[in-house]
Design a protein around this ligand. Structure first.
Ligand code: URA
Length: 248
């Protein structure tokens, strides 16, 4: 199997155990097809999901898988764990192989978790530079104050990591309930930020990652495959109309 992006000539040479000169000849003779198109360029790049055929015989074609899952509380965001059930165990066995998580939720947090076997796709969503937003709904032990809203927008210094958090949008929905939009995912970030105000997070639910909204038809523990639109625009920042990550 191809593990990441590679040049077609290199791949054919190693798969068919022939030298690069013979590969070039094979390409020139139009005996190779990639994703159902004739391949003649030695520099063409393929990945593990490319469908490569030689003389009509299929050499490789892994199927990319993209899944959204509504994580219940009391489940670990991991692919294996000695003690607790994992999100992977909520999927049928035949789907579990090679899947990884795109970001994590804490043990007691609930909501949108994405899983895929496509490393390039998940990197797009998780790289700090792509600034993909994550939207959460929180229920707090004490009333949420405007002071807290300002502190989220300004960023908070986390001495343990030696970083200041990026501006985050905290919108108060009722005295104990708020929406939080983050562009990053530091360890226990929301709990630690509210912790500065001695306000405990009682419930934390992730509603969206970038343009991908948790399907309201999925109850806790249920999952579905992503549709084409969701797969294609994972990095788009979707803020509610009028919302911004900085204060005015
Ligand atoms: N912030 C947290 O504190 N926990 C989560 O699960 C996600 C964001």
């Amino acid at each position: 199997m191809i593990t990441s992006r590679t040049r077609l000539d290199r791949y054919l040479s190693s798969q068919l155990k022939i030298n690069r000169r013979d590969v070039r000849l094979m390409l020139a003779q139009a005996r190779v097809r990639v994703d159902q198109q004739p391949a003649t360029e030695i520099h063409q790049v393929i990945d593990r999901f490319s469908r490569v055929e030689v003389d009509g015989e299929l050499l490789s074609a892994a199927r990319p898988v993209y899944i959204m899952l509504n994580k219940p509380a009391g489940i670990v965001s991991a692919t294996s764990d000695e003690q607790h059930r994992t999100v992977l165990e909520l999927l049928p066995k035949h789907l579990r192989e090679n899947l990884h998580l795109v970001g994590r939720l804490d043990y007691n947090s609930t909501g949108l978790v994405l899983l895929t076997n496509d490393g390039q796709w998940s990197r797009t969503l998780t790289l700090p530079e792509t600034k993909v937003s994550k939207r959460y709904r929180v229920h707090m032990a004490k009333p949420i104050t405007e002071h807290c809203v300002r502190a989220f927008a300004e960023g908070m210094y986390f001495p343990y990591e030696g970083i200041t958090t990026r501006p985050a949008k905290l919108s108060i929905l009722s005295s104990h309930e708020a929406e939080v939009i983050l562009e990053e995912g530091r360890y226990h970030q929301i709990k630690r930020m509210f912790g500065r105000f001695q306000n405990e997070v009682l419930e934390l639910h992730r509603e969206a990652v970038g343009a991908i909204e948790l399907d309201p038809g999925l109850s806790a523990g249920q999952w579905r495959f992503l549709n084409e639109d969701e797969i294609r625009m994972p990095g788009i920042l979707m803020l509610k109309p009028g919302a911004s990550l900085t204060t005015t």
